[in-house]
Design a protein around this ligand. Structure first.
Ligand code: BMA
Length: 900
């Protein structure tokens, strides 16, 4: 049902959504229900509009095959949308899948077959409509659907929506829908076993229980369901998206799309392109209207008479908007959007559809230059340095992800000056609200097709299935200005060329099979998906693989295409090695940490607070990850004194590491034009590369990102015995600024204090001063002093950075710096001001188990320089004061003898 998700509520006039589960409506839903019901009464009888009957809500489910819990053989209450694991949980039949190592005891769920059913009452009036369609927005995955025991659909792809004609199977009065779901693993195993070779797969390495044979590459289902190096394995099953009946006669607008032909500040040349389904040949009048700027002055933009044939009709109506308000990425301007509506009128009535979009020109600039070939997103003529991160699914159970979770995450990205997120290919295509919020906040989305690292089968049925999926998804998302790239896959090409398991596979098969696997890859990612994006994607560029070079060159090179750099972390290379990479666009680099103690306590039995415990090993999916965090830690810091200190320090270390990488990449502009660290979020509580944990708590890295992605950045870089200070600006206008360089001892005494006026060009990275380290600091003082760089514009400090002249464990940092705190409340606003007479590093403010959002955290307190942090919390100032905890870095270690 291409594009249905984008038809928004102004269509309500002609499209009434009634829930058959009226008795389960909440209070607010009930008023919506009454409002919609009143609209239904007002509808003219000859309305050609469609009516929608939601079949979401309470269903029933049961197991069809053996299960360790006998109760599941009988019918139990279920929710749609949902998956069987959350239904079992709601019925209290399984323990919390995220607690301790419960994951391992719940694998039977994905190996069983399940059945879902519901009944509903249908008035004769509905059946008197010409068409009654049953529409599933998503079925996970191998499902057979029966309407009143007539088989109407066999589904085999979680990423597709399905619309089937159901009128013949329905009748007035009580009707039933029954869906049989076959275990994706058990469905595919016999098939895969018969193949001449089995494709190498990520899930095998992640400990899949499929007799050592991975079925995931052959199944169109979210790859991360089978386990990932940050996520558990939960092979979900169920009606994971909404389902409804849509009844209509005459014509139905199957899709409305605003094609952006040419966009400039002076003129937007557009066309409204409609896909109209008609039950018969008829003449029609189509009018297109749009709202003016910010929703004012709706005006009709074009009207056209057309002759519709029975079946699908494609109509394109040219439009133009003079001096349009454009959509800009975060940091570059407003995110104006327009709502376009189409009205199709025939002699039997009329129907309406609407779509919201933002107008922008877009190009992925790939032109030869002195470093190779550029990789620069250019939006409305502005070359944008992409600042951001990678997103993974927000939950192992997709049905638990709400629009609020998306908003919280995207808002955090926005507030941290990010302008791009990479929607990574091992996941599922996000719901409409995710892209709506990204549009609203100016977050560009690098969107991947759902291929997370496995090679692809090459049979025609598989290819056609993926092609249909791609057409639906590209069509669904093409009016979102935030979607700026369609990328074929994550790491499939580089995996084939470099990973050990793929080398093993190549050795185990003959040359013809090796060639076949590669050709299957090429057909999928150079032909099929590319053609879909060209035909349906409205000019959004296509990129075959990340990392890749568009088949021009080897993937992962520094001259051409994007790069994933993992030698820091996976290969234990020094963190400084980030600064030796000069990619054209860095789409992944990452470093792990633990989530905060509150999060760890939520899933860890109290006697397992140890990185080697069963629980904390099972919540670390990257083999050896916990030990790797510790190995890096001991290079830079003293040994943490206890587990809580280790957790805190792991976050500090992660933030410091990614800061080195991100600042370096920004300093390289325009050679490098993107920094997307791995990863923004988690799908469960776990030790991982995320900067925000599963519960939405910001780790140190997210606070650091807010600083290292600021529009204007001062960034020191030490090399060859010198310190070179750069200023990076994403501003569209040049700036006049002042750079102050201080060398202070840890009590704040100035060794030197020099200011310099500088001019900062627009959209630039500039080296502004270079000084010999020896000149800044006498050799015998490197353990006792540090440098502070303040960049001011118009007398206001816009960016600060510090530099230390030795590893943390070698410095004579004050063990008891004497931090003072002052919590104040004025109206709804609470602030905490921190001051310290001596240097305190990485000061972490928390409020025990109270929920509170802080505007900043993990700050360095420069002697006698107060730092004020805004606190947003439902708790009173008194409670906040009572629960306040302030920790600085030196508290993470046992006091050294003679510490001061
Ligand atoms: C990458 C990603 C993911 C993975 C991450 C951490 O390369 O694409 O597959 O989770 O690294 O290893």
């Amino acid at each position: 049902m291409a594009g249905a998700g984008r038809l928004i509520c102004s269509r309500m006039r002609s499209h009434c959504c009634l829930s058959i589960f009226g008795d389960h409506l909440t209070h607010s839903n009930r008023s919506v229900f009454l409002f919609l019901a009143s609209l239904l009464v007002l509808l003219p009888l000859n309305a050609q509009s469609s009516s929608s009957l939601s079949l979401d809500g309470k269903w029933e489910f049961r197991a069809l095959t053996d299960a360790p819990i006998p109760q599941v053989k009988g019918w139990l209450p279920a929710r749609v949308p949902g998956v069987v694991q959350t239904d079992l949980l709601q019925n209290k039949l399984i323990p919390d899948p995220f607690y301790a190592d419960n994951e391992y005891r719940l694998q039977w769920v994905g190996n069983a077959d399940w059945e879902y059913r519901t009944t509903f009452n249908l008035p004769q009036q509905t059946l008197s409509r010409e068409r009654v369609d049953l529409v599933f927005d998503g079925l996970d995955t191998f499902a057979e659907v029966f309407v009143n025991e007539h088989s109407v659909l066999k589904a085999n792809n979680m990423f597709r929506s399905w619309r089937v004609s159901a009128k013949e199977a329905l009748h007035a009065g009580d009707n039933s829908i029954r869906i049989v779901f076959h275990s994706p693993i058990q469905t595919m195993l016999p098939y895969v076993k018969k193949l001449p070779y089995v494709l190498p797969a990520i899930s095998t390495a992640n400990g899949g229980n499929e007799e050592g044979i991975a079925t995931a590459p052959y199944t169109r289902k979210a790859p991360y369901n089978y386990g990932w190096d940050w996520g558990p394995r939960f092979v979900t099953i169920g009606v994971w998206k909404s389902v409804h009946l849509e009844s209509w006669d005459g014509v139905r607008i199957a899709n409305l799309h605003i094609h952006q032909q040419k966009i400039s500040k002076d003129l937007a040349q557009l066309s409204a392109s409609l896909e109209i389904k008609s039950t018969r040949a008829t003449s029609a009048t189509i009018s297109i209207s749009h709202d003016g700027i910010s929703g004012k002055n709706r005006s009709t933009a074009a009207t056209q008479k057309v002759q519709l044939e029975a079946g699908i009709n494609k109509v394109s109506i040219p439009l133009r908007i003079d001096s349009p308000r454009l959509w800009y990425p975060n940091g570059y301007g407003a995110q104006d959007r327009y709502i376009f509506s189409a009205n199709v009128k025939t002699d039997r009535g009329q129907t309406t559809a609407s779509v919201k979009t933002g107008l922008r020109s877009l190009e992925l600039l790939r032109e030869p230059d002195k470093w190779g070939k550029s990789f620069t997103f250019v939006v409305n003529g502005i070359p944008i340095f992409a600042k951001g991160a990678n997103v993974i699914p927000y939950d192992s159970f997709m049905d638990r992800v709400t629009p609020e979770i998306h908003r919280r995450s995207l808002q955090a990205a926005h507030d941290s000056h990010m302008n791009m997120l990479r929607a990574w290919g091992g996941a599922y295509y996000e719901s409409d609200d995710f892209y709506d919020i990204a549009d609203e906040l100016g977050i560009m989305i690098w969107q991947e097709f759902m291929f997370g690292g496995d090679m692809v089968p090459g049979d025609l049925a598989f290819q056609q299935n993926v092609e249909q999926e791609a057409i639906q998804q590209v069509t669904r998302l093409r009016d979102h200005p935030s979607v700026v790239l369609w990328c074929g896959n994550n790491e499939v090409e580089t995996g084939w060329k470099g990973w050990g398991d793929r080398q093993g596979f190549k050795l185990g098969v003959n040359a013809a099979a090796r060639e076949r696997v590669w050709q299957d890859y090429v057909v999928m990612f150079r032909d099929i998906l590319k053609s879909v994006v060209h035909e349906y994607g409205d000019g959004v560029p296509y990129w075959p693989s990340s990392p890749g070079s568009n088949f021009d060159d080897v993937p992962q090179g520094q001259e051409n295409g994007d790069m994933h750099y993992w030698s820091v972390w996976h290969a234990l290379e020094p963190i400084e090695n980030y600064t030796q990479q000069f990619p054209r666009f860095m789409s992944e680099f990452g470093f792990q940490s633990f989530p905060e103690m509150k999060t760890i306590r939520a899933f860890t039995p109290p006697d397992q607070m140890d990185i080697r415990s069963t629980t904390l090993q099972s919540h670390q999916k990257n083999k050896g990850g916990n030990e790797r965090i510790l190995t890096y830690m001991l290079r830079e810091y003293h040994e943490p004194k206890d587990f809580a200190s280790f957790v805190y320090l792991s976050q500090v270390q992660q933030a410091e590491a990614i800061k080195v990488g991100a600042e370096h990449l920004r300093r390289q502009r325009p050679r490098t034009m993107g920094s997307l660290y791995w990863q923004l979020n988690d799908c469960w509580p776990v030790a991982s590369w995320a900067s925000i944990d599963y519960y939405g708590n910001w780790k140190a890295l997210q606070f650091y990102a807010k600083r290292f992605y600021a529009d204007v950045l001062v960034s020191p870089f030490a090399h060859d015995g010198k310190i070179e200070v750069f200023v990076v600006s994403d501003k569209l206008q040049p700036l006049t600024a002042q750079l102050r360089t201080r060398v202070l001892d840890f009590s704040g005494k100035a060794i030197s204090d020099i200011s310099k006026d500088i001019s900062v060009p627009a959209l630039s990275s500039t080296s502004v001063i270079t000084v010999d380290e020896a000149h800044l600091v006498p050799a015998d003082k490197t353990k006792n002093v540090f440098a502070v760089f303040d960049l001011s514009v118009g007398g206001k400090v816009v960016s600060t950075n510090t530099w230390f002249f030795d590893r943390m464990r070698n410095l004579d940092l004050p063990a008891n710096p004497g931090i003072q705190t002052d919590v104040r409340q004025a109206g709804n606003a609470t602030t905490i001001t921190l001051t310290s007479p001596q240097l305190a590093r990485h000061v972490f403010v928390s409020f025990g188990d109270l929920d509170a959002q802080l505007s900043d955290n993990y700050v360095d307190l420069i002697p006698n320089q107060p730092v004020t942090i805004d606190v947003t919390s439902k708790a009173s100032a008194d409670d906040l004061k009572k629960n306040l905890q302030v920790q600085h870095m030196m508290q993470a270690f046992l006091p050294a003898e003679g510490a001061h």
